[in-house]
Ligand binder design. Structure first.
Ligand code: NZQ
Ligand code: ZN
Length: 384
């Protein structure tokens, strides 16, 4: 395998009732800003649990963070944090709230235009400390250093990374996710599956442990995903799904192996321009990308077919075709459609995406940096 650095300082507090433990994680003298989304935490009891845990702390609140969090809204949170001299942030929500909070953490001490943190990849010298109470297993943001922010005015969606925004702790209580609408659970399963595949389906580098860990996550998602959809309050199934989702995107399975995040890069443009949910865009792009890149991914696709889907009949090309079809069928079976037409988009949506990728300089994607603009056009044409 390749040489690598691996660093992950996030303390995970996993299990039912663990929100109470945040009182010991946040320093007693901190001025804490609790950040949250559109209000689900106010109806499922999570808000009360957080407030009860922090009864002796000084807390402020900022709600109203939308899915695919927008710069325009977050500027208010940055102002509030500066005005009140906030020293600690607590994100209570899904990936959008966590990403937004990471952005706020870096923007508060940042002297320039906060959008430069994403747009110019400005270097991040400082960040406020943050903790997380996760309410939606999907992105892995609770245990990773990434954040993705959108800008409504320009229809852009950009991501960056900083080790300074690793959460200090992350509470993973599966029972607080029972209130999720089923489509959000479906989205979480697909997002986690794609994160795993994007670190697995490249080419072999003699990294059997990383391969087996990735396969373990995929097999567990295939087994537990349908279970947790069929019985949303089954704690064990939800707990297993939740842990898969966190481990799929905390950089562990990607250490020392080639990675292909082209699907995510193309998918972000689809969300920015047409408003599809994150997982919907992945379900549309990934099967087509695997089909288009089946030659360079040949060896790993065969391994995936055999070990994850148990496909052993037919010649090599047929086994690969079956594995890609199994992937598409899995996404569909958990309730996420895989064609652009399912989202009322047709071939006219493709050109604007190509222009955005060009503008952002995302013109050499994939593990071999060989996915250019023309290739994206072919991939998206396969998605119609
Ligand atoms: O806003 P509220 O009212 O809380 O409702 C949310 C939101 O409408 C709802 N929800 C969350 N927990 C709930 C709940 N409803 C009922 N009960 C609960 N327990 O779910 C809706 C979607 O939430 P959101 O946070 O947007 O979803 P998700 O976790 O999928 O996050 C998506 C965002 O994360 C980014 C995506 O691009 C997108 O912007 N990603 C971040 C990554 C990272 N930081 O590493 C990696 C990912 O690939 C992804 O790009
Ligand atoms: Zn994702």
């Amino acid at each position: 395998m390749d040489s690598f650095d691996f660093y992950n300082p996030v303390k995970v507090l996993f299990g039912q009732g663990r929100i109470a433990a945040i009182a010991e994680e946040i320093p007693p003298n901190a001025k804490t800003l609790i950040t949250y989304g559109g209000g689900s935490i106010k109806t499922n009891g999570v808000y009360e649990q957080v407030k009860a845990a922090l009864a002796k702390h000084t807390v402020f609140e900022f709600g109203g963070i939308t899915p695919n969090p927008e710069l325009e809204i977050l500027l208010d949170a940055i102002n509030l944090a500066r005005t009140e001299n906030i020293t600690y942030l607590l994100a209570v929500g899904g990936g959008s709230v966590i990403d937004a909070t990471k952005f706020i953490a870096t923007a508060v001490p940042f002297s320039g235009d906060p959008w430069d943190i994403l747009n110019e990849n400005a270097s991040i010298a400082q960040a406020l400390p943050l903790g997380v109470v996760l309410t939606l297993p999907a992105t892995g943001s609770e245990m990773n250093p990434y954040f993705v922010i959108s800008r409504r005015a320009t229809q852009e969606k950009l991501q960056t990374r900083s080790e300074l925004v690793f959460p200090r702790f992350a509470v993973l209580d599966p029972s607080v996710t029972f209130s999720l609408p089923l489509n959000q659970v479906s989205n979480g399963i697909v997002d986690s599956f794609c994160h795993t595949l994007e670190q697995y389906l490249t080419y072999p580098v003699n990294a059997p442990l990383q391969d087996r860990m990735a396969e373990a996550i995929l097999l567990t998602l295939i087994a537990e995903g349908p279970k947790t959809l069929a019985a949303p309050s089954d704690y064990q199934a939800r707990a297993n799904f939740m842990w898969c989702s966190t481990l799929a995107d905390n950089e562990l399975i990607g250490a020392g192996v080639p990675q292909d995040w082209a699907t995510h890069m193309i998918a972000h443009e689809l969300t920015a321009l047409y408003g599809l949910a994150h997982a919907e865009t992945l379900a549309v792009v990934l099967p087509s990308l695997l089909t288009y890149k089946r030659d360079t991914k040949h060896v790993k696709l065969l391994q995936y077919a055999q070990r994850v889907w148990g496909i052993s009949q037919g010649d090599e090309e047929s086994r690969i075709t079956q594995a890609i079809l199994a992937t598409r069928n899995f996404f569909e079976s958990v309730g996420v459609a895989t064609h652009l037409t399912d989202y009322e988009l047709d071939s006219t949506c493709i050109q604007p995406i190509l222009e955005r990728l060009q503008k952002h300089g995302f013109i050499a994607l994939g593990e071999h940096q060989d996915i250019g603009i023309e290739d994206v056009q072919h991939i998206l044409s396969l998605s119609i």
